[in-house]
Design a protein around this ligand. Structure first.
Ligand code: DON
Length: 317
């Protein structure tokens, strides 16, 4: 992006972002905080926070940007990348497909309906559980340790850790995910024990971050695997391409088409109300707004991204 254009965008962002966040915050009342993981229900519904980071590490923070939350489904993007780095494309795509489902994120409908019974993509719960089984390591502890190490590196934050309360809360109540995992085991998708695979999966979903961590992780994807601040390649380009393609087609679940139409950027949401997105080649963006719509995406977060995309013509199309 030419310097002048960046400077103008940055200036406009600085002067208007608080106003846009205030407008979007009113949309929190249209959503509900997730409660199927009991610990997530403690979050306040009227929160909206944002962080945008540019190539030099300058940040714009607005709203409740200090709020801490767990990655939930956003973690699936990075566990996919790590599984690709550990195993390569052929192994990964023998366990998951490349297509959106049009179903809810925790649906098991197509696992039984469509041969050969592998998850349609790595961003739905079934797909991410299959991916968790592929993380290299001699034990579950080692797999979890490797994930933490990788996520800390991408976020450039050595203090990232697992929120044990959220982990336990999810683990104790994950009846749907357990049934998905047993189904996968029966279909021959999981080589490991269901409980071990789920421990890895719940662990990466429970990594705690803030908006700045999200934006920092997004910045690496925006620059095709190179951290432009540390000037260091962290992920092979091809694996970022795979991840971003999935984010675009499946990242907002069965609202991915609508989001592509209204925002037009690769993005990934989590039931904590978080959204990680980016302006390719430019900015990393992290948003949190725990009130969710029916499809599991932050109502206010999606609204805010609609404003930003329109104001700056950020759609890729
Ligand atoms: O497995 C689950 O249900 C959660 N740990 C993650 C789901 C999620 O974030 C869906 N996102 N919108």
């Amino acid at each position: 992006m030419p310097h002048q254009q960046h400077d103008e965008t940055w200036k406009k962002l600085h002067s208007h972002i608080d106003e846009w966040v205030t407008v979007s915050k009113t949309h929190t009342s249209e959503g509900h905080v997730a409660s199927y993981i009991p610990e997530l229900a403690n979050a306040s519904g009227d929160i909206l926070g944002l962080c945008i980071i540019d190539i030099e590490g300058q940040t714009i923070l607005s709203g409740d940007s200090n709020f801490r939350f767990t990655l939930q489904s956003i973690s699936k993007v990075f566990s996919l990348i790590l599984a690709l780095m550990d195993n390569g494309e052929d192994v990964v795509f023998s366990k998951v497909g490349m297509e959106p489902t049009g179903d809810d994120f925790n649906s098991m409908l197509k696992l039984e309906l469509i041969e050969p019974g592998i998850p349609f993509n790595p961003l739905i719960n079934a797909g991410a559980i299959a991916i968790s089984s592929l993380i290299a390591g001699n034990s579950t502890d080692e797999q979890v340790e490797r994930i933490l190490h990788f996520f800390r590196d991408i976020a450039d934050n050595p203090s990232l850790s697992i929120n044990q309360n959220v982990f336990k809360s999810e683990s104790d109540t994950a009846h749907r995910n357990r049934s998905l995992a047993y189904f996968l085991k029966d279909n021959g998708v999981l080589d490991k024990e269901v409980d071990d695979v789920l421990r890895v999966y719940f662990s990466h979903c429970s990594i705690e971050v803030n908006c700045t961590d999200l934006a920092r992780m997004a910045l690496v994807l925006a620059h095709n695997g190179v951290d432009p601040i540390r000037k260091q390649r962290l992920i092979p380009r091809r694996f970022v391409q795979i991840a971003k393609t999935f984010m675009f087609t499946c990242g907002m679940y069965n609202a991915s088409g609508e989001f592509a139409m209204n925002v037009g950027l690769p993005a990934k949401s989590g039931v904590s109300g978080s959204i990680l997105t980016m302006v390719p080649g430019q900015y990393g963006i992290g948003i949190v707004g725990p009130a969710l719509n029916r499809k599991g995406n932050s109502t206010a977060g999606v609204h805010l991204l609609g404003i930003l995309s329109q104001e700056f013509d950020w759609s890729m199309f």
